[in-house]
Design a protein around this ligand. Sequence first.
Ligand code: OGA
Ligand code: MN
Length: 215
Amino acid sequence: MRISTQSTNFEELVDHIAEHGFCVINDFLPEATVNALANEAQRLKHTQVMQEAGIGREHLNVNKEIRGDSIYWLDEGDATEAQRSYFGQMENLRLELNRHLYLGLFGLESHLAVYPEGGFYKKHLDCFAGHNPQKPQRKISCIVYLNQGWHMQDGGQLKLYLNETDESDKYKSILISPLAGRAVIFLSDTFYHEVMPTYKERISLTGWFLSRPQQ
Ligand code: OGA
Ligand code: MN
């Protein structure tokens, strides 16, 4: 796996996704944007607008056995400056993915997530089986991390299973620390993943590109 440390090299990123189905990239967002987004998440956490996360967007049944984070859905029409910087970079990514991989991505849904100390998210896929083809589907997951000063012993890694759609644990997986500015991008219907228990509050911004619904 190649981890780029320069400003976003979209060509390399898209090549990596074409070949491996996923990519890890550092410095996906400028430091000032990362810090502003982290501050926004911290502020939102103390308000009612931050909801305990459910499983799946439609059925927001809170299930603490599976995930323990709180989430806040971003609204592009009512975005802060930092959120606009994020949406701008995501639009660059969407266009590059469409240009090179013909994915037909058209929409984006994004939420901030705050995992408290002890939080986790059990192994799952971001795209649900038995979906309605007339509805937009999640195609690409992109998680951006907002944690300055994160250390190995803080846990909270993303465990990405590279054995594609096989649900068993017997194949290879990689652990990715949620370092500030780092993004992990992968095919939503292909990669099982989980958030390992975090020993410190952990903040992320997850975005999903949606496919156009079939007519
Ligand atoms: C998710 C998710 C992983 C992470 O929100 O669906 O898997 O590392 N997040 O925050
Ligand atoms: Mn997920």
